[in-house]
Design a binder for this molecule. Structure first.
Ligand code: AHR
Length: 537
């Protein structure tokens, strides 16, 4: 029969181990993310575990969330972590960044409880804009210092004021052991409107000394670019690496959102879009690949020109990504940014994970923005109503890649012209940044592959709205014994789940595929994400 495309997998070209942390998550005090999404309260009629929505926990467990970032986002830079500790009825209400009064019922201890219930690690975003460095290092101490005995009736010296003792008195004797810390958030925008040089100075000051506990070496993450703003990264690295003494830096954050409109940020409709808008969104979403390689190059040259040491050891933490649409599909007005999610967003999820996996040597952590009731969510919840989005299924389908060795795979397929390729493209991660040249075409088939022992995982996105892609899949130096898998495909890419139809979009199983002559031939349906488990002979 006719073959439309080829995938040539080469196990002899390993890229790197895929960090399980690239499938991480982000939740912020914004709209209905925390209040109602995550936190319903211990006395709620909604099923909960110590106040945390049970459906949220179960769903996060189902995708084996490795790391959860909190409390923002922009919210973090006007948040005082002390407001969210201690007896809940004594906590102050405060104006939050997103024009919402925050009751502070959900704070550090509730967040840590959430992480424990999910079985994931915490990632805290520290406030750099409105608090001094002291609050940062004291938050680290509060989280990580071991608690001494708090004597009740002995003569031993008590240190009730020690931050660890306060933590114990607030219910958590065991240290939280938080190793991943974001030093500010979007400091080029809501986090302070700083220049890269100004931020570098702040970063050095905040990180010059932090309390250290031997079990928890800190992984400090610097604020990186807004989308493809290479100027930020080059100047930041020159400023940081110009002084080799001052590099307490583990990761560089990247925020890259794909707007639903090519010309305006956070625009377009989550549910109503035409074919041209569909292809255009996926084309601009695919620029995540360029964002990663551009910044890798920028980091490398800034480091080698100042220190002559070649590639940096710093890896990327893509801690905000997703498709961001305009208003119109929110659950209710107070659920700010709780946009709907369709098959289009599931395809973008697959494309994005494949990019991270192909760049397993560069991306250490990535967090989708955000888990529930927000931009590129896996879940929608309102009161006792709950559903997962198509994106949830893609997270599940990509599980076999975690911790596997990413290996090079060549995809050969006719590319799809972007019908809006002449329109100026808003490539920035946020509205602050200028325009980049329009992007003319989208890969006809894209994906990635990884291997663990004799088990090979291949994930593939066919973004074509109508064309099935019959593809010959070959593994160099090996013969395929068999394959099976899962596919998420819909005839109508507007398909989505809602409270009344929670299973409208769900994956189906691909029964065992048999190779011929050691190669597989498989047809990827239009508008589909496929995950294949290939067994080699
Ligand atoms: O995820 C929503 C917002 O997008 C975050 O608060 C901010 O960091 C980004 O601009």
């Amino acid at each position: 029969g006719q073959v439309d495309a080829h995938i040539d997998i080469n196990p002899a070209e390993p890229i790197a181990t895929i960090s399980p942390e690239i499938y991480s998550h982000f939740i912020e005090h914004l709209g209905g993310v925390i209040y109602d999404g995550v936190w319903v309260g211990e006395n709620s009629k909604i099923a909960n575990v110590d106040g945390i929505r049970k459906d949220f926990i179960d769903t996060m467990k189902a995708v084996q969330v490795p790391v959860l970032r909190w409390p923002g986002g922009c919210f973090a830079d006007s948040y005082d972590w002390r407001d969210g500790i201690g007896p809940r009825d004594k906590r102050p209400a405060r104006a939050g960044f997103w024009k919402q009064q925050d009751s502070n019922q959900y704070g550090l201890h509730e967040f840590m409880r959430t992480c424990r219930a999910i079985g994931c690690k915490p990632y805290l975003a520290a406030n750099l804009r409105t608090q001094p460095a002291r609050d940062f290092y004291q938050e680290i101490e509060y989280c990580n210092a071991p608690a001494g005995d708090i004597p009740s009736n002995s003569a031993a010296p008590a240190m009730p004021d020690a931050l660890a003792s306060q933590r114990a008195a607030n219910g958590d004797r065991e240290p939280f052991n938080v190793d991943l810390w974001g030093v500010g958030n979007e400091s080029w925008g809501c986090g302070g409107n700083l220049t890269p040089e100004e931020y570098a100075a702040e970063f050095r000051r905040f990180t010059a000394w932090t309390p250290s506990y031997s079990e928890v070496p800190l992984r400090l993450v610097a604020v990186g670019p807004n989308g493809d703003d290479v100027d930020w990264t080059s100047r930041l690295f020159k400023a940081l690496y110009g002084n080799p003494e001052r590099r307490h830096l583990w990761g560089l954050s990247i925020h890259y959102y794909t707007s639903g409109s090519p010309t305006k940020f956070a625009a377009g409709d989550a549910l109503a879009f035409n074919d041209a808008e569909f292809y255009d969104l996926l084309t601009r979403g695919s620029l995540m690949d360029k964002v990663i390689t551009d910044h890798w190059t920028a980091m490398g040259s800034a480091v080698s020109s100042s220190l002559s040491k070649g590639q940096p050891t710093v890896k990327f933490v893509v801690d905000e990504w997703g498709a961001w649409y305009g208003k119109g599909t929110e659950l209710a007005p107070e659920y700010n940014l709780s946009q709907q999610s369709t098959m289009r967003d599931a395809l973008l999820t697959g494309i994005t994970f494949d990019i991270f996996q192909r760049h397993a040597d560069k991306v250490a952590v990535a967090a989708v923005a955000q888990s529930i009731n927000c931009i590129h969510s896996l879940m929608l919840a309102q009161g006792d109503k709950f559903c997962v989005t198509p994106t949830f299924h893609v997270f599940q389908m990509y599980l076999p890649h975690r911790g596997a060795q990413s290996i090079r795979a060549e995809f050969t397929a006719p590319s799809i012209p972007n019908p809006m390729g002449d329109t100026a493209s808003q490539v920035g991660g946020n509205s602050y940044i200028g325009q980049l040249p329009p992007v003319k075409s989208l890969a006809g088939l894209s994906g990635s592959s990884s291997i663990k022992g004799k088990a090979l995982t291949l994930t593939v996105v066919n973004p074509h709205l109508t064309r099935p892609m019959t593809t010959e899949i070959a593994v160099r130096g090996a013969r395929v014994a068999s394959a099976k898998g899962t596919v998420l495909a819909e005839k109508d890419v507007h398909a989505h789940n809602d409270f009344a139809h929670p299973d409208a979009v769900k994956p189906s199983t691909i029964a065992t595929l048999n190779p011929s002559g050691g190669k597989l031939t498989h047809t990827f349906p239009p508008a589909s994400v496929t995950s294949l488990e290939i067994t080699l002979m």
